[in-house]
Design a protein around this ligand. Structure first.
Ligand code: NAP
Length: 247
């Protein structure tokens, strides 16, 4: 029996990258899953991979920045599974540029997906969790939300907002036995880091005491810890997974 056998988890942005690794980790511990993404083709790939682990999987085509999609997904999860135990707000985007050149639409797009999307899905999931008097929300922030980054003021502000949202909702929901925590990943191997030049990679690695980029599984392990009973006395916390880059 796995750590999450009998539990239902909703994961946004689950088609690829860190979201897919979180889906595989929670499924490997027995969780039945509801996977959401814009990319339904890739979502099917993730669903096939986790089904092979013997759990139930439902896929939802959803844009996290739309309130009606959040409500539709949570209603669908309740129809299928009857409850929601774990909500992982992972979907996120970047639209980088220096502030002086950043368009209003690039600012709005990043805030809508990263911050508003986390708010909308937290709110929709918290409703049944409050009735159940039980639940866990894990938000994926970023070290950039803690330390800032030139060329990413929209992303940094959105992730700092996710951290503030995490702490505020943790305070609001603790009395209902709902915990809310965040994971702040550092540089994780992805299409984005693969595309960096060797010079930029070596400059970044110089700043990482562990001397390697993280892998999506490093983040998934932290999510599983925060979603499980081993962290039952933790709420409103930000767990940094950065190879020591941020301490
Ligand atoms: P990724 O590979 O780009 O995956 C993100 C997933 O979210 C994609 O499948 C994407 O679909 C989906 N998505 C985007 N907008 C969406 C929307 N409006 N509604 C629903 N799904 C949407 O990113 P990742 O690197 O795995 O990052 C996952 C999370 O970790 C993000 O919140 C990111 O900010 C955070 N993070 C990543 C790193 C890193 O180094 N990779 C570091 C710190 C924090 P599309 O492909 O259609 O866009």
């Amino acid at each position: 029996m796995g750590m999450f056998t009998g539990k239902t988890a909703v994961i946004t942005g689950a088609a690829r990258g860190i979201g897919r690794a979180i889906a595989e980790k929670l499924a490997s511990e027995g969780a039945d899953l509801a996977l959401c993404d814009l990319q339904t083709d890739w979502l099917t790939d993730t669903a096939e991979a986790v089904k092979a682990l013997g759990v139930k999987v439902e896929c939802f085509d959803a844009d996290v920045s739309k309130g009606e999609d959040a409500d539709k997904v949570i209603a669908g999860v309740l129809d299928t599974y009857g409850k929601i135990d774990i909500m992982v707000n992972n979907a996120g985007i970047t639209k980088d540029g220096l502030m002086m050149r950043m368009s209003e639409s690039d600012w709005d797009a990043v805030m809508s997906v990263n911050l508003k999307g986390t708010f909308l899905f937290s709110k929709a999931a918290a409703k049944p969790m409050m009735k159940q008097r039980n639940g866990v929300i894990v938000n994926i922030a970023s070290i950039i939300g803690l330390i800032g980054n030139a060329g990413q003021c929209n992303y940094a502000a959105s992730k700092a907002g996710v951290i503030a949202l995490t702490k505020s909702t943790a305070k609001e929901l603790a009395a209902r036995n709902i915990r809310v925590n965040a994971v702040a990943p550092g540089f994780i191997q992805s299409k984005m880091t693969d595309a960096l030049s060797d010079d930029v990679k070596s400059m970044l690695l110089d700043r990482i005491p562990a001397k390697r980029f993280g892998v999506p599984e490093d983040v998934a392990n932290a999510v599983a810890f925060l979603a499980g009973d081993n962290s039952s006395y933790m709420t409103g916390q930000v767990l940094t997974v950065s190879g020591g880059m941020v301490m």
